[in-house]
Design a protein around this ligand. Structure first.
Ligand code: CA
Length: 726
């Protein structure tokens, strides 16, 4: 096996690294006022000089540096108390909203669940258009972690979108009409797209998801005018019996053993992509290997390039330039896909462009953007799988016991929930701090006996039930999964402050030159808030009636600074309202959200169980083969994203049940027809299994009491829809 190619600096005087301000001249709305009134008139020049237009938000990360930093400074800790809702606009979906909005010349563009896109007039929130790619609902079972979209791109009159079912779509920014669409995936394989495209010199660059199911990862560039593919870079080698696509794949193949290509290998590029204009590089993170468990993927224990890596390719050709593998031989679902930012720093009076990434594996990395040289690697939360990183080789010192097997379990930190997920981080050049939606998470890892790959389904290779047994034997073992905002000093490698701790992930982050950090409370804390960037004091909060996970943005219109946030996470019950909206805030904003309504879930009232134990057992098998990935254990584990099968009226009607499961009458909503997989006798067993489960559940519940209505205050999701596992 080969080592990472980078030559790590052994004695970097990191205390000599000092933050420096990125390019950001003071001009604000004058620039935008001069722009012709053409929708999404974003040119290459504007993208390259986005820092010169601080009143705009032209790309998902604000500028090519993706610092999620707004140079606007009207809203400060002194006047943030007067920040109020200027206007809001409702979405037509009750699922989770992860899309970072764009603001271009008076118009806000934002993507929502089911890869829909809205355009709003920023003056008053009037909807200009909505675009729906009409993704077939039956695509939902191919999505591991929520029917979501994390953002769009604007360029020369068009809005670019990656749809769940793998299309790159160009939309006329003026009319909302589809200009063209191009399929970027092999639809026979379980690929999907949830990430934002990036525009780089006339090309649209995008990757895809699917590493949990088993696919071969790649990133592609497509002509922005026509959608024609310009280049594709695979992140892992294919079957070595066939010719390698390039020298990089030949090199990577030497780090693999076994028959990895049968499940694709993994390494999907499902979120982090940045363009380093100075070095003309596209730099991106890659996901976990498929399956997670390396003993099943590659019994020889190789590094498995380029999974769990940060990779740089030439922007024009997609040709390999450098890589740094954050987790060699990943066996813990340690995607290196957390958002990457570029920061100009000064060392020895020399300007140096570095990239920073708080990685899912718990380490905060600083690399030279031009060469991939490792400059710093520090744990930023609880980490127990390594004893630090050897700065000479760049390799983590992995604890042998962390490489679990089928017998020996390991209580991993960070667990597969990650130290950090897809949520945007922000960098404030004034404080020199990176603001991270940090997580402290434990997860018990143990190999799965008798693993048989199941095409089109989740292929992880671990014993998902290991935690229960482990906890019995180790009652004091930590089991946290909590999130908090932390302010991280990347130069000193230490936390400066952190916010309060809540359950699960917190939201994406925006930093502003007004000395504030805006962030949503995440899945379980119904709050949108602002912190003092220096001290961490919470200086403003509002109740968005739902969870907030998407990164907010800031822009300037008619001389006034605004904050915009896309809010909404799937409610605890699929049918409950979740108040998905775009919220826009300004000083002295006076708009009011309508009062939330209460929702009463249907009662747990299953029919009597008449089926035999054998039939229930057969139904259980079908359930675990086809249903569990979406509906969770016993049909009520993921009721935020999918209906609660314990209370569905279909338990009372085999005809109704079959109309859905075989007839596909709800396929537009994401419930595919399983007629190609299940026979009528089998759906009868399936329904019997659900009736048995519902009766068991009812036995365990206190008798008679009718279900309590869901009050708005607890209309929050569990972890299903917004988990970090992609
Ligand atoms: Ca993953």
């Amino acid at each position: 096996m080969i080592r990472n190619l980078l030559i790590a600096s052994s004695a970097l005087a990191l205390t000599m690294l000092t933050g420096c301000k990125p390019e950001q001249p003071a001009a604000t709305t004058a620039a935008s006022a001069a722009v012709p009134v053409t929708a999404a008139n974003v040119t290459d020049a504007r993208l390259l000089n986005a820092g010169a237009e601080p009143g705009q938000w032209l790309t998902v990360g604000g500028t090519y540096n993706e610092q999620h930093f707004s140079p606007l400074d009207q809203i400060t800790r002194d006047n943030v108390g007067k920040l109020g809702l200027a206007w809001f606009a409702d979405y037509d979906t009750n699922l989770s909203q992860q899309g970072t909005p764009l603001y271009v010349d008076g118009v806000i563009y934002v993507s929502t669940a089911w890869s829909k896109v809205y355009a709003f007039d920023a003056h008053d929130g009037k909807q200009l258009w909505q675009y729906d790619p009409r993704t077939p609902g039956q695509f939902a079972p191919k999505i591991c972690c929520g029917i979501v979209n994390r953002g769009i791109a604007a360029y020369k009159g068009k809005i670019y979108l990656g749809s769940l079912d793998g299309y790159l779509i160009a939309i006329d920014a003026k009319t909302g009409q589809e200009a063209w669409r191009k399929l970027t995936i092999d639809p026979s394989k379980p690929y999907s797209i949830t990430s934002a495209p990036r525009i780089i010199k006339g090309k649209v660059v995008i990757g895809n998801s699917g590493g949990e199911f088993g696919v071969r990862g790649y990133i592609g560039a497509y002509d922005a005018d026509t959608g024609e593919q310009a280049w594709r870079f695979y992140t892992v080698p294919g079957n070595p019996a066939e010719p390698f696509e390039n020298k990089a794949m030949e090199m990577a193949a030497k780090t693999w053993g076994g028959k990895w290509w049968e499940l694709g290998g993994g390494g999907t590029v499902w979120d982090a992509i940045v363009y380093d204009a100075e070095h003309d590089l596209v730099i991106f993170g890659t996901g976990n290997g498929s399956p997670w468990n390396q003993r099943l993927r590659d019994p020889t224990g190789g590094d498995n390039l380029f999974i769990a890596s940060i990779v740089a390719v030439k922007a024009d050709t997609g040709e390999y330039v450098w890589h740094y593998q954050t987790t060699p031989g990943d066996t813990w679902d340690y995607d290196a896909m957390s958002p990457i930012m570029l920061v100009d720093i000064t060392r020895d009076n020399q300007k140096r462009k570095v990239l920073m990434q708080p990685n899912k594996n718990g380490m905060f990395y600083v690399l030279d953007a031009g060469t991939g040289e490792l400059l710093k690697a520090d744990p930023f939360t609880a980490v127990n799988w390594n004893d630090g990183v050897d700065m000479k080789s760049g390799r983590p010192r992995v604890k042998p016991e962390a490489r679990y097997d089928n017998e020996k379990a390991f209580n991993l930190a960070p667990g597969v929930q990650g130290a950090h997920g897809w949520h945007a981080n922000a960098y404030n050049p004034d404080t020199g701090l990176v603001y991270i939606a940090t997580q402290r998470a434990y997860f018990v890892m143990q190999g799965q006996n008798n693993f048989v790959p199941n095409p089109g389904a989740a292929n992880l290779g671990i014993n998902m039930g290991a935690g229960a047994a482990y906890t019995k034997d180790h009652p004091d073992a930590p089991r946290d999964f909590v999130g908090f905002l932390s302010a991280w000093d990347p130069i000193q490698g230490k936390e400066v402050w952190h916010g309060e701790t809540g359950n699960g992930p917190t939201g994406g982050v925006l930093a502003t030159a007004g000395g504030l950090v805006f962030q949503g409370g995440g899945n379980t804390t119904k709050e949108f808030r602002a912190y003092d960037a220096k001290t961490g004091e919470k200086v403003w909060t509002m109740d968005p009636q739902t969870g907030v996970v998407a990164a907010p943005i800031s822009y300037e219109l008619d001389g006034k600074q605004y904050i915009a946030a896309s809010v909404g996470i799937a409610a605890t019950n699929y049918y409950a309202p979740n108040y998905s909206r775009l919220l826009v805030f300004g000083i002295d904003g006076k708009a009011q959200l309508p009062e939330p309504v209460t929702y009463t879930p249907p009662p747990l009232n299953p029919p009597e169980l008449t089926a035999s134990a054998d039939e229930v057992a057969a139904g259980s098998k079908h359930y675990n083969n086809y249903c569990v990935i979406c509906h969770g254990q016993n049909g009520q584990a993921r009721t935020a994203t999918f209906p609660n099968l314990m209370t569905t009226p279909m338990l009372h009607s085999q005809e109704g049940f079959d109309a859905i499961v075989l007839g596909g009458v709800r396929s537009a909503k994401g419930m595919a027809s399983f007629a190609d997989k299940l026979k009528p006798a089998e759906t009868s067993a399936l329904r019997s299994f659900l009736i048995a489960e519902a009766n068991e559940l009812k036995k365990r519940q206190p008798p008679v009491a009718p279900p309590a209505p869901i009050q708005p205050a607890d209309a929050h999701a569990g972890l299903g829809a917004d988990s970090n596992k992609k």
